[in-house]
Design a protein around this ligand. Structure first.
Ligand code: ADP
Ligand code: ADP
Length: 231
């Protein structure tokens, strides 16, 4: 578990466009925070800078008290879940879950235990021998979340993970992801969650705090209750 601090964080793209204008934000240890705002407000740019997938043009990014501006994604203690799942099509669910850990040199026993625990948590044990094309959208998304939790990261980053699901699945996945955050806390593996969405319902039902972005600046940061009372 780690706190994430953005200190005057800026992004200027290669074409000279300034997408993020000096953002300051302290995300607490074990917190579930949602970045929300319309398309183009820079949600994804901010998340990708935290992930290390996009360079930082100005300011500092701290994870767990360390400046990580120049650290590679792998060195940041994070795991990211994308909108388009990005499962390996030729691998079974079990192989998809195990792949990153194998690369990292995780021992066989530990690997099996982590994969089985993730599968239990996400209720995908019966799907372990299937290929991605044999999964429904919601099942595939659970596997994508599973691939992140087997890494036991200190920080989870979610980039619009439910946008490709239908309304009913979205609603059940919202509950699943918030429950997962609570479960990890109860199990003594608390994780900080940074979750990006354009969907206000998703933000209000999932976030312990909500950060509203507009044109690359922070408009408001507050709990759902406070935002609801003073919108
Ligand atoms: P950087 O120098 O930060 O890598 P670039 O300007 O070189 O950024 O663009 C990287 C990629 O993003 C290119 O493939 C480009 O086509 C794409 N891109 C450029 N402008 C936009 C935009 N307004 N929105 C989304 N993607 C863009
Ligand atoms: P959101 O995730 O909120 O939809 P983005 O972070 O994708 O917003 O984009 C923020 C702004 O930066 C937009 O105006 C977008 O067009 C611009 N942008 C995104 N990627 C690039 C890029 N590679 N080059 C130039 N501009 C970009």
């Amino acid at each position: 578990m780690a706190n994430v601090s953005l200190k005057g964080l800026e992004k200027v793209y290669g074409n000279g466009f300034k997408a993020v204008h000096g953002i300051d934000l302290d995300i607490h240890d074990g917190e579930f925070i949602v970045f929300v705002g319309p398309s183009g407000c820079a949600k994804s740019t901010v998340l990708r800078m935290i992930a290390g997938l996009e360079s930082i043009s100005g300011g500092e990014l701290h994870i767990g008290g360390t400046v990580v501006n120049n650290l590679a994604p792998k060195q940041r203690g994070i795991a990211m879940v994308f909108q388009n799942y990005a499962l390996y099509p030729h691998m079974t669910v079990r192989e998809n879950l195990a792949f990153g850990l194998k690369l990292a040199g995780t021992g066989k026993e530990d690997l099996k235990q982590r994969v089985d625990q993730a599968a239990r948590t996400l209720e995908i044990e019966h799907l372990l021998d299937r290929l991605p094309k044999q999964l429904s959208g919601g099942q595939a998304q659970r596997v994508a979340v599973g691939r992140a939790i087997v890494k036991r990261p200190e920080v989870f980053l979610f980039d619009e993970p439910l946008s490709n699901l239908d309304a009913k699945l979205r609603a059940s996945m919202r509950v699943r992801i918030t429950e997962l955050h609570k479960q990890l806390k109860q199990r003594g593996q608390p994780s900080t969650v940074i979750y990006v969405t354009h969907d206000q319902t998703e933000a209000m039902t999932m976030g312990e705090r909500i950060c509203v972005l507009k044109d690359g600046t922070i408009q408001q940061v507050d709990t759902p209750t406070a935002l609801y009372e003073r919108p």
